[in-house]
Design a protein around this ligand. Structure first.
Ligand code: ADQ
Length: 450
């Protein structure tokens, strides 16, 4: 079997990585051998690269530091102030500077330089996410002929958002150097096809084959999953339920997100406020736990979302709280996975209301964590990639507070029988299309594309 080279923005360097994606990529590397390459997380004036063996497994990790300038231009700049907002339908939040464009190209070129001595004949290269679109082009320019695949974890932008890039046609030139581009959902292939048709010389050969800048490119939807078996076990072994119940009091709704403007947190807060106003009987009978650790705090839009959500939570608590009931508890901390699994299991409603989201793994974790005998109800935005497959959730329009509030009321009143039926169907999908299925399916398609 040929070796696998994985390249991702962040390289997990801890001894005990626990995220599903990390486990899946490590498993793939373990069975084929190879190298996992990524940013160390260190921003320093004297950036270095470090090669380490992975203890007990036939693969290595190659990490690189970033200079403060590269971190600013490539990571905070082009990746998170241009690509992230555009891919999430927020061109109003884009900040374009020529330094960002140069920095993005420069860092991708340096990663290609750094990779060259570590590549061997017959390797397969799997590039992860939007930070690294130009990497295949940079590698091809250095003579690499290996199979190269890309997987985009976030939505692919439609023509209007793509058109707001500093050089839209360059994105398609970058993509043309891959053998396979993988997306989370069918809708992303549609957006890719339409944007490519309008903004580049792309020809549509079939549903999954395109010709771009004279090269043939395969595209596919590979909905990412979670490490379902482990998550189910973690939820079953979660800490003492009674203690948790006394912490949560009334019927609990839970939201778990990075504090990001794409996740629709203010929208779900407003819907909850509407619910409490319209159905006062639910006051003191329902509570809302929102866990949202801040990310990318250096970017202005993230400071704004923190202020907005804190303000809203404060206002709702001010309006409704009583001596023995706090309507919203808003926690800005990351939680250990077993604690999170236990909280999901205790929550009668899982609220996943992004305005745009590649997949959304919280939706899958919430389902996996439920007790099948007495499961909770998932409320899911139609704009999460997960909505394409998780059709038994209560699917809502996150821009419409009346729609969300109505789904909350429906979830509170749903019969045990209906909850069980919906949950069984959702759980089947979560278990069948888990994270191991995702990586195996993607790699098989990459082999087939070459
Ligand atoms: P994210 O935008 O980070 O991922 P998501 O898929 O929901 O979104 O994954 C978040 C992960 O972080 C989940 O596993 C969740 O449990 C964890 N998490 C969130 N808050 C936490 C907290 N307070 N404590 C501990 N863990 C927490 C991007 C894309 C998604 C896509 C994923 C994977 O934006 O659309 O699903 O990549 O491809």
């Amino acid at each position: 079997m040929s070796r696998l080279i994985v390249v991702s923005n962040r390289l997990p360097l801890g001894d005990n990585p626990s995220g599903g994606l990390v486990v899946a990529l490590e498993d793939a590397l373990r069975s084929s051998g190879g190298v996992w390459i990524g940013f160390s997380g260190e921003v320093t004036d004297t950036p270095a690269t470090t090669l380490q063996d992975h203890p007990g497994a036939p693969f290595q990790r190659l990490s690189f530091d970033l200079s403060p300038q590269d971190h600013e231009d490539y990571y905070l700049g082009y990746s998170n102030s241009i690509l992230w907002p555009l891919c999430h339908g927020r061109p109003d939040l884009v900040r374009i500077f020529p330094e960002y464009v140069d920095g993005y190209r420069r860092v991708n070129g340096s990663i290609a330089d750094m990779m060259m001595p570590h590549l061997r004949e017959g390797d397969r290269i799997w590039v992860q996410d939007y930070h690294l679109f130009p990497l295949a082009a940079e590698l091809r320019a250095r003579g690499v002929t290996a199979a190269i695949g890309h997987f985009l974890h976030i939505p692919f932008p439609g023509p209007a958002d793509c058109g707001a890039l500093p050089n839209p046609e360059e994105l398609f030139d970058w993509l043309s150097h891959y053998d396979l581009v993988g997306f989370q959902a069918e809708r992303d292939i549609g957006a890719f096809a339409e944007s490519g048709r309008q903004l580049s010389d792309m020809d549509h050969l079939s549903d999954t084959e395109f010709r771009l800048s004279g090269r043939k490119l395969h595209a596919g939807a590979f909905p990412i999953g979670i490490d379902a078996k482990n998550f189910i076990a973690e939820a079953q072994d979660a800490p003492d339920e009674d203690r948790m119940r006394s912490l949560t009091g009334a019927k609990m709704m839970i939201g778990v997100d990075r504090l990001d403007y794409s996740k629709g947190i203010p929208h779900r807060f407003r819907a909850y406020q509407l619910l409490l106003e319209k159905i006062p009987d639910l006051q003191e009978k329902i509570s809302f736990l929102q866990i949202a650790p801040p990310t990318r705090g250096e970017v202005e839009a993230y400071q704004d979302i923190r202020e907005e959500t804190e303000h809203l939570a404060g206002r709702i608590n001010g309006q409704f709280a009583s001596l023995n009931w706090t309507p919203i508890r808003f926690i800005h901390r990351a939680m250990a996975r077993p604690v999170l699994a236990g909280l999901y299991r205790q929550a009668g409603i899982g609220l996943v209301t992004p305005l745009a989201d590649g997949m959304n793994l919280v939706a899958k974790e919430y389902v996996a964590a439920q007790d099948p005998a007495d499961p909770g109800v998932l409320i899911l935005s139609r704009f999460a990639g997960a909505a394409e497959t998780m059709t038994e959730a209560l699917i809502i329009n996150p821009h419409d507070p009346y729609d969300i509030a109505q789904a909350m009321a429906q979830a509170v009143r749903m019969s045990l029988e209906e909850r069980r039926e919906r949950h069984a169907a959702l759980l089947k999908g979560v278990v069948e299309q888990d994270i191991a299925w995702w990586s195996a399916t993607y790699l098989k398609a990459l082999d087939a594309a070459c």
